[in-house]
Design a protein around this ligand. Structure first.
Ligand SMILES: Nc1ncnc2c1ncn2[C@@H]1O[C@H](COP(=O)(O)OP(=O)(O)OP(=O)(O)O)[C@@H](O)[C@H]1O
Ligand SMILES: [Zn+2]
Length: 648
């Protein structure tokens, strides 16, 4: 069978900014994509955004924008976040892409023609938050379990998909393919849904109520229900029906989701594609929730941690490692910065960081920083360490193949810990004192250098930057994505005589006590350790001013019309801001804000500042932002106001 791998994330709803939950899913998919490349697979990795439906219309209204402009902005935020998290997706799909719309209509028409879509009137209980009808049975105390509020009664004439017709087929398919849905708990959950008769699925929304969607090809008084639209992204992105990507990758499809969307993916989607005559996907992989204080982190609930707030502080790879190591795939996990710091210190700074710096330091000291040849034949301790590394590698591959990240990483750490213990046991420093034992010392150090190289290769899917750094310091200039497990983890892959570099610590420790004290003293947003400007966050007392003096400052609300980078400047963006009239403003926000994400955003401007030139560009005002040493946040009104409104 061809070695191919197709992985998808859910397409995220563009009703708010990405948080750790989205980052986790997307990083997991990225790790699996990189892991399969490491194993020599040809891969395709898809992510994107879900942009239709009345939730988006409402979010856009609140932001004072039209749905498309709003979707453009949030979708760009997601794309920008992924590029900062080193995500290697091959395609980013948006459900507003014209090709996607065409494929949705094609599938609707096909299923309609084959008689699996019919028109009917329906009365039911509708949750606005979920955008769907609920059966009594699904409610908890008469309320939507996700939104904790009572659904409203609604009657509507709509189109229905004959999902019930595929119930028996689906049960049989799941029973025949035990890992169709995994881990097992979610397979069982789907089977238990299927023990009750499956109802048909309402797949349309009357246009007069919701126009922001894909029109039904057979009745343009209706648009497509968001789920029927969204799920199809997994095949439209491959140019179903005729595209070469579809033929190449669909037979290897693996979806990745959190348990919140198990039903659409475990029931709607397989029956939809069955009805359309498409083969079922291979696997649905389901993970649990990241929680904060026991509640699900969720955009709608507003309890979120933003990935881009953590990465500058702890480093991208520590963040990626933490997410994969901390959560048991399939179960919920609690997110806390303390836990992140603890893992960073224990696993990365101590275990991995020490192994690397001790190995490199001793190579510098004993061999002038050049990789020694193997000296005398391997002795018992080396053979044991090699055997351990081979076990680590095999277990890692086995676990990751089944999405068992925490166990896979633990397997690598068994190798790392064995190597650290090996150093303590053979004590190279005593060998170094004895010139007769140089040949033994060569064997010891070379063994350790090879272990470090293997560790770097094994970790490349999870920590690509660290992997590249370690290899570069070992004299191997390779991109993480070009590494191949077979060729690159054999013994003796290092080049004798090559100069190595110890360099700085791979992972600086974070002082947890200081961090905890700092958090107790400062407001929550200013709890960053290791931040250069942290002191500034405390703020300085300043001279009091009179109201008259304050009134001389002309503060106004403006809406950003346009934003672009200024060539050669890392910090500055050039903005055009509408403050009743258009102003060109230069703002030092390029490191924290992507220009694509800014148009439409309302900000506060000092409108009577003397014009000044920055990098040769005139700035006619200043954008206000708050800075706590960790975040730079633009200041704006709580809800949109007319551009030019005075701030006082
Ligand atoms: N707390 C979380 N833990 C893990 N993954 C999450 C979490 N929240 C969202 N996700 C990821 O995002 C997907 C859902 O995306 P969606 O855009 O609906 O996010 P959301 O924050 O749950 O939104 P909302 O709260 O508005 O329903 C999940 O299937 C999962 O992949
Ligand atoms: Zn609901």
């Amino acid at each position: 069978m061809e070695k191919r791998f197709y992985v998808t994330t859910p397409i995220y709803y563009v009703n708010a900014e990405p948080h750790i939950g989205h980052a986790y899913t997307t990083i997991v998919a990225d790790v699996m994509n990189r892991f399969h490349k490491l194993l020599g697979y040809e891969t395709f990795f898809l992510t994107g955004t879900d942009e239709h439906g009345d939730k988006i219309v409402r979010a856009a209204q609140e932001a004072g924008m039209d749905p498309k402009a709003y979707a453009d902005r949030i979708s760009a935020l997601f794309r920008d976040t992924w590029s900062r998290l080193n995500i290697t997706h091959d395609h980013f799909i948006r459900t507003t892409d014209p090709n996607h719309g065409r494929v949705v209509q094609y599938i609707l028409q096909k299923v309609y023609d084959s008689g699996d879509i019919y028109f009917d009137t329906y009365e039911g209980l509708y949750c606005v938050g979920c955008e769907r009808f609920y059966t009594q049975r699904e409610l908890v105390d008469g309320k939507c379990p996700d939104h904790d509020r009572e659904p409203e009664k609604r009657q509507e004439a709509n189109y229905f998909f004959r999902m019930s017709r595929y119930q028996d087929w689906l049960i049989e398919h799941i029973e025949k393919h035990p890992d169709f849905i995994r881990p097992e708990r979610y397979r069982n959950e789907v089977l238990s849904f299927l023990r009750e008769p499956l109802e048909d699925l309402c797949i349309s929304r009357p246009r007069e109520r919701l126009s922001w969607g894909i029109p039904l090809p057979f009745d343009n008084r209706y648009v497509t229900y968001v789920w029927f639209d969204a799920l199809i992204n997994y095949v439209s992105a491959l140019d179903y029906p005729d595209g070469p990507l579809f033929a190449r990758f669909w037979p290897f499809a693996q979806h990745l989701i959190a348990k919140d969307i198990l039903k659409p993916h475990g029931i709607y989607w397989p029956t939809m594609i069955r009805a359309a005559g498409i083969e079922p996907y291979c696997h649905l992989n389901v993970h649990g929730y990241w929680k904060i204080n026991e509640g699900k982190m969720s955009k709608s609930r507003g309890s979120v941690v933003r990935p881009l707030d953590l990465v500058p502080i702890y480093g991208l790879d520590a963040f990626r490692y933490f997410l994969l190591r901390e959560m048991v795939f399939g179960l919920d996990a609690n997110f806390s910065e303390e836990a992140l710091i603890q893992r960073l210190n224990a696993d990365l700074a101590n275990d991995l960081g020490n192994l690397f710096s001790r190995t490199m330091g001793m190579t510098e000291r004993y061999f002038g920083g050049r990789i020694p040849p193997f000296g005398e034949p391997l002795d018992e301790p080396e053979r044991a360490l090699r055997a351990q590394m081979e076990r680590s590698r095999d277990d890692y591959v086995k676990e990751l193949s089944q999405w068992g990240f925490h166990k896979g990483l633990m397997a690598v750490w068994e190798g790392i810990n064995a190597a650290n213990k090996y150093i303590d046991d053979v004590a190279p420093w005593t060998l170094a004192k004895d010139p007769v034992r140089t040949s033994r010392l060569q064997t010891v150090m070379r063994t350790l250098l090879e272990v470090n190289r293997q560790v770097a290769v094994l970790l490349s899917p999870v920590m690509p930057e660290t992997s590249e750094t370690m290899l570069a310091r070992l004299g191997i200039k390779r991109r993480a994505l070009d590494l191949r497990l077979e060729e690159d983890t054999g013994w003796g892959g290092l080049q004798e005589g090559t100069a190595v570099q110890k360099g700085e610590a791979l992972f600086p420790r974070v002082d947890l006590n200081a961090w905890q004290e700092g958090r107790d003293r400062r407001p929550p947003s200013a709890t960053a350790p290791q931040t250069k400007a942290a002191g500034a966050a405390a703020g300085k007392a300043s001279e009091p001013i009179s109201l008259e003096t304050f009134a001389t400052i002309d503060l106004r609300v403006g809406v950003i019309k346009h934003a672009e980078r200024i060539p050669k400047s890392k910090k500055l963006l050039k903005l055009v801001v509408d403050v009743g009239e258009e102003r060109q403003v230069v703002a030092g926000i390029a490191e924290t804000h992507d220009p694509e994400t800014l148009p439409g955003r309302q900000v506060v401007i000092v409108a009577n500042l003397k014009p000044a030139k920055l990098m040769g560009i005139e700035s006619q005002g200043m954008v206000l932002a708050a800075h706590d040493g960790r975040h730079l946040r633009l200041i704006g009104p709580e809800a949109p106001v007319t551009p030019g409104s005075k701030v006082s």
